[in-house]
Design a protein around this ligand. Structure first.
Ligand SMILES: CC(C)(COP(=O)(O)OP(=O)(O)OC[C@H]1O[C@@H](n2cnc3c(N)ncnc32)[C@H](O)[C@@H]1OP(=O)(O)O)[C@@H](O)C(=O)NCCC(=O)NCCS
Length: 160
């Protein structure tokens, strides 16, 4: 899987997805430190050890580099930034039962907006899975020769 590049300075503010989430009663916001274990556990149960490790790192700096989608106190999805490397987006995921409702798009747009406000001009989507999703929503383009990239030779846990 290759890395993708996103021009943050060229993105519109996420007003549309923000309104759609508000209408659905879903809040997209930065997670806070007391939520660290709950969010990491949620991610581990659905997406495994590796992404849970990244979530823990997202909570280890300020501002916390993890946004969550929440409805009635229940986590529906998450997205991280500035975790595996400075300027990287990801991982991100939506609960399998909640996909197709615009939550992944809203998390992506809000996280890109957060990175732009931190002063980044570009975001790198590390080891992108659903490339078409990123192309469509934020105009991401593949970085030539980036397959495996930073993740080359990564140590994996027994359950990964
Ligand atoms: C990828 C993921 C985050 C998308 O979340 P989602 O909430 O289902 O996506 P949305 O409902 O916001 O979709 C927004 C748009 O993107 C499209 N889209 C969603 N997933 C897509 C995919 N895998 N490939 C191409 N397009 C996709 C949708 O069709 C939708 O288009 P529309 O507005 O024309 O209907 C979710 O499928 C997921 O958690 N996947 C598993 C984890 C994963 O692969 N994470 C990315 C790692 S790099």
């Amino acid at each position: 899987m290759a890395d993708l590049l996103v021009k943050l300075y060229a993105l519109e503010p996420p007003t549309g997805s923000r309104a759609a989430m508000a209408a659905a009663g879903i809040t997209i916001r930065p997670a806070i430190a007391p939520e660290k274990r709950a969010v990491a556990q949620w991610v581990e149960e659905r997406f495994g050890d590796r992404w849970a490790s990244e979530v823990e790192v997202a909570f280890a700096h300020q501002p916390v580099g993890c946004l969550v989608a929440v409805q009635d106190g229940t986590v529906l999805g998450f997205a991280c930034h500035n975790v595996t490397a400075i300027g990287f987006f990801g991982p991100t995921g939506v609960d399998p039962d909640q996909r197709g409702k615009g939550i992944g798009e809203a998390l992506l747009r809000e996280t890109m907006e957060a990175m732009r406000h931190l002063g980044h001009a570009y975001a790198v989507i590390g080891g992108a899975g659903p490339v078409a999703f990123y192309e469509k929503i934020v105009g991401a383009v593949e970085i030539p020769g980036s397959t495996s990239g930073l993740y080359h030779g990564m140590i994996r846990s027994r359950t990964d």
